[in-house]
Ligand binder design. Structure first.
Ligand SMILES: [Zn+2]
Length: 267
């Protein structure tokens, strides 16, 4: 039943990133790496939660028109049926059942549900106040990573998490715990998902783009704060250890194919 507690994983296509965008040690290396674009759904008797929602549907049709020059430098492969609304329909999840849209951060490959927020009449959008403020006034190079057209608009039902709400337990039963993991952006969140089977997943999102970042074999490029980024991956490893969790890296082309994708799920 759809209201059972489940974790679904989706892939909203692939971005072909130059290597220098991924690893600090690959400066000047323009070889391309396929960067999968994950997003997640948690089903729950109290209402379902989308985590991030991939890319906006416009990206499947006109990526450069929607994202600007970033999509010229980093070509995007996305089919229209990989947007979040058709994906939810495919697995029989009604938009009205979405109670929360939970944002790790507001970078452009994470705002696909926000882009269609008017189609989720019962949803609130959970994001940190810090990320909300950055996303509404991004500075310097950070601006290229935010697509404000997806979320700077009237009627978005924002629900802002304050700094002191670190470890926020969305459902109150441990199913989804939001941990602050700054570095990639100042207001970034990672997510601990505890399932009825006893299995725990730790969705690092972009606090660890790859397992090499998680294990500190590589340093991520284009982070707001390298010091915070290092502290955050160490925090993720500690959090995972507590529950023997499976850590899901944010965009790892080698790890990501190993997980079950919707309509399969973890429960
Ligand atoms: Zn990001």
């Amino acid at each position: 039943m759809a209201q059972d507690i489940r974790l679904y994983l989706f892939e909203c296509g692939v971005i072909r990133l130059p290597r220098y965008v991924v690893n600090a040690s690959d400066a000047l290396n323009t070889d391309r790496v396929p960067n999968p674009t994950p997003w997640y759904l948690i089903t729950h008797p109290r209402g379902n939660a989308i985590i991030d929602g991939g890319n906006a549907p416009e990206v499947a049709v006109d990526p450069i028109g929607h994202w600007g020059p970033l999509a010229e430098r980093s070509p995007v492969e996305m089919r229209p049926d990989q947007a979040c609304l058709p994906e939810l329909e495919r697995i029989g999840i009604a938009p009205e059942s979405i109670r929360w849209v939970v944002q790790s951060h507001l970078h452009l490959d994470h705002t696909g549900a926000l882009a269609v927020i008017d189609r989720f009449p019962n949803a609130e959008v959970l994001v940190t106040r810090t990320e909300y403020e950055t996303g509404h006034n991004p500075q310097s190079w950070e601006a290229a990573a935010y697509c404000t057209a997806d979320y700077v608009k009237p009627g978005v039902p924002w629900s802002l998490l304050e700094d002191h709400e670190d470890g926020y337990d969305l459902y109150g039963d441990g199913t989804l715990i939001c941990w602050r993991t700054p570095g990639h952006t100042a207001g970034h969140l990672s997510f601990e998902v505890n399932l009825p089977s006893g299995a725990t997943f730790l969705l690092a999102i972009d606090a660890a783009n790859t397992m090499a970042h998680l294990e500190e074999r590589e340093s991520p490029a284009f982070v707001l704060s390298p010091g915070d980024a290092t502290r955050s991956v160490r925090r993720l490893r500690r959090l995972a250890w507590r529950r023997d969790a499976t850590i899901v890296a944010g965009h790892d082309p080698d790890q990501w194919p190993q997980f079950k994708k919707a309509p399969e799920y973890y429960a």
